[in-house]
Ligand binder design. Structure first.
Ligand SMILES: CC(C)(COP(=O)(O)OP(=O)(O)OC[C@H]1O[C@@H](n2cnc3c(N)ncnc32)[C@H](O)[C@@H]1OP(=O)(O)O)[C@@H](O)C(=O)NCCC(=O)NCCS
Length: 224
């Protein structure tokens, strides 16, 4: 059997224009680690709630292996993560993730999180990949809402969320590098999604079955 038949998340492909999104697997780790080590944010700014990029440089490759292994090991309908590797013409650019933490089949709530290698920032890719996974979440997974969050001083992330149609949904007071930082919580409902290029999705039906979801939602966008 092919691994994509064995493990449904690996069988899903989302295409949006020249971007292709597929769930990260072992064979992607080398490229992803190269992107991370090359830099995905200014060293003086921490955009992530869990400051994984602050780990010593030599620990980051092994940490990434463990991170992806934990995602596979912990995958269940109740709690799952789909870290989509975003590629353009075959080149890995970053990750656009979708994560559900409370039985998605009941809550229909899923969260986005993303990063791009710094050299790909500011070209509209962050917006396009977010539009693509939000369309996937609503049209294929049948999400009722997509949530996100970003530190108030993360201008680009806030801008992407605003452009894609998320609305503010409160704040959280968090600790970041020993200091207080406010996180802006965000929520998006399907009518507010500012859609980008049409998405094409293949291979989603086995994932929907694995997650205990019906295949009724959004079959128009899902041809397999
Ligand atoms: C967040 C991220 C994925 C956005 O990707 P991107 O491809 O650069 O985003 P886009 O080019 O589509 O859009 C960025 C928008 O931010 C705006 N922007 C850039 N710097 C900004 C700033 N300092 N303040 C406010 N807006 C800013 C840009 O003008 C653009 O908006 P526009 O298209 O209306 O002009 C990318 O910046 C990234 O990887 N950052 C590091 C990791 C991170 O912060 N992840 C999110 C954690 S919550």
């Amino acid at each position: 059997m092919d691994i994509t038949e064995i493990w449904p998340p690996y069988g899903v492909t989302i295409t949006a224009g020249d971007l292709e999104l597929k769930v990260a697997r072992e064979g992607d780790i080398g490229e992803l680690v190269d992107l991370v080590l090359d830099g995905i944010h200014a060293p003086e700014f921490m955009p992530f709630l869990f400051p994984w990029t602050d780990a010593p440089r030599e620990e980051i490759p092994g940490n990434y292996v463990q991170y992806l292994a934990r995602i596979v090991a912990g995958f269940s309908p109740n709690s799952f993560s789909l870290p989509f590797v975003v590629r353009r013409h075959g080149e890995a650019l970053g990750i656009q993730g979708l994560e559900a933490s409370s039985n998605f089949a009941i809550t229909h709530t899923i969260e986005t999180g993303s990063w791009l290698a710094r050299r790909f920032h500011g070209q509209g890719i962050g917006t396009r990949m977010r539009q693509a996974v939000c369309a996937f979440a609503f049209d294929v997974l049948g999400a009722a809402e997509v949530t996100s969050g970003a530190f108030l001083d993360n201008g680009p992330s806030q801008a992407v969320s605003r452009k894609v149609g998320y609305r503010p949904n409160g704040f959280r007071r968090l600790e970041r590098r020993g200091q207080l930082a406010q996180e802006q919580l965000l929520v998006l409902n399907e009518p507010d999604l500012v859609r980008g290029e049409p998405i094409r999705v293949t291979g989603a039906d086995p994932l929907l079955a694995q997650l205990g979801l019906t295949t009724d939602a959004g079959t128009a966008a899902n041809d397999g």
